[in-house]
Design a protein around this ligand. Structure first.
Ligand SMILES: C[S@@+](CC[C@H](N)C(=O)[O-])C[C@H]1O[C@@H](n2cnc3c(N)ncnc32)[C@H](O)[C@@H]1O
Ligand code: SF4
Ligand code: SF4
Length: 358
């Protein structure tokens, strides 16, 4: 995708409300770094990459991030204390040098949050996560029955995945890290199991995440909110593919967008570079149609959330995502996790936050 360069000193005449650019930090506070791309031990139908029948397109994005390239990126960003999620649309436990990559991140004081399908979560890996103090680990399950799992994840290994969660919980014990969560991607095929999934898993893990499925450029079940605002993702998060190419956000699994390459150009120069600034400019001036990838997207509404306290749960909801956080386990929640919003305390008491995009 190529974007027309805006003239930043002389804005187009049809832009009447543009006053000043929104502030952009020197470096992203969150990095999605795909340690490997194009390989997975599952083929979930909903997956933006592996759900595709276009095998050539999947082959075209395949590759592994080298330790050298990853270290170059980490060395540059560590000063900003970012959160790193080492995956986009792949299974991170299949990455080459996986443990060394995670060790490199933690040695630089970087918080690491991982999503996995759990199939490779052995006792040894679970112990590694505890020893390295991995910050957060989500295991994707999406079902309470074998039959539904087969439909939504294409596999009949429910027991194996559930055992992986219990293994992780047992090995972690009372240690603070990792924060352990399970996730449920809500779709037509599993909607009837949603309530049971949440009420079962909140008893065992620190957090249960429910998210809408993104398909055809948007969350299909969520109406487009009326007043569109610039997407927070482009002010906080950088999505980096295994070869250093940067996409506009995590949703671009097949690299339809290209805002630069951090291995060749450096993180800061891509983050504050012309292509990224153009995207921000078009968002700030309401010209979403100038960025085809963002045009019909409603995922930006995810950054507007509200909270509720119910019994022992802090429930955080945005239009497409709900987190059921166990209040007893909030101590392992760094501000950088779960979208960058720390829990709110007043006079030592947990407080629910009502409708906020901060
Ligand atoms: C892309 S996966 C990558 C990590 C790992 N392979 C896994 O499945 O957890 C990250 C998360 O995205 C979810 N997911 C997959 N396809 C999705 C879609 N189309 N919309 C929203 N979430 C999706 C998965 O269920 C998983 O929880
Ligand atoms: S396990 Fe994760 S990466 Fe693999 S196909 Fe499923 S959602 Fe995609
Ligand atoms: S508007 Fe949607 S596609 Fe565009 S950056 Fe935000 S989340 Fe990504």
């Amino acid at each position: 995708m190529t974007l027309e360069t805006p003239n930043t000193t002389n804005f187009p005449s049809d832009v009447t409300e543009y006053t000043a650019p929104l502030p952009v930090p020197d470096l992203p506070s969150k990095l999605l770094m795909d340690l490997q791309e194009g390989y997975c031990n599952l083929k979930c139908p909903k997956c933006l990459v592996h759900g595709s029948d276009d095998i050539e397109a999947i082959k075209a994005i395949r590759g592994y991030m080298s330790l050298e390239d990853a270290r170059k990126i980490l060395d540059e960003v560590m000063v900003a204390n970012p959160l790193v999620q080492p995956t986009l649309w792949s299974e991170p436990l299949l990455a080459r040098d996986f443990r060394q990559h995670i060790t490199d991140m933690k040695e630089r004081g970087i918080a690491v949050a991982l999503n996995t399908n759990g199939l490779l979560l052995t006792e040894e890996i679970a112990q590694f996560f505890v020893d390295i103090k991995l910050d957060s680990l989500f295991i994707s399950i999406d079902a309470t029955t074998q039959e539904t799992l087969k439909k939504v994840r294409g596999v009949d290994k429910l027991e194996q995945i559930q055992e992986a969660v219990f293994r992780m919980v047992r090995v972690r014990g009372d240690a603070a890290y990792p924060r352990i969560g399970v996730s449920f991607a809500f779709e037509k095929e599993n909607q009837q199991e949603h309530d049971e999934f949440v009420s079962y898993w909140v008893k065992y893990v620190d957090v249960v995440r429910v998210n809408q499925v993104y398909e055809g450029g948007r969350w299909q079940r969520i109406p487009m909110p009326e007043n569109r605002v610039p997407c927070q993702a482009i002010y906080h998060t950088m999505a980096i593919h295994h070869d250093g190419d940067v996409s506009v956000c995590c949703l671009d699994g097949f690299k339809e967008t290209n805002l630069g390459n951090v291995v060749k150009e450096g993180v800061k120069s891509v983050w504050l570079g012309e292509e990224f600034q153009k995207v921000r400019y078009y968002h700030e001036t309401g010209q979403y149609d100038r960025i085809p990838f963002c045009k019909n997207c409603n995922v930006w509404a995810n950054y507007i959330y509200e909270e509720e306290i119910q019994a022992n749960l802090l429930i955080r909801r945005s239009p497409g995502m709900t987190y059921y956080n166990s209040i007893e386990r909030l101590s392992g929640w760094e501000g950088g996790l779960l979208g960058g919003h720390a829990p709110h305390f007043r006079n030592g008491l947990l407080e629910a936050k009502v409708l906020s995009a901060d």
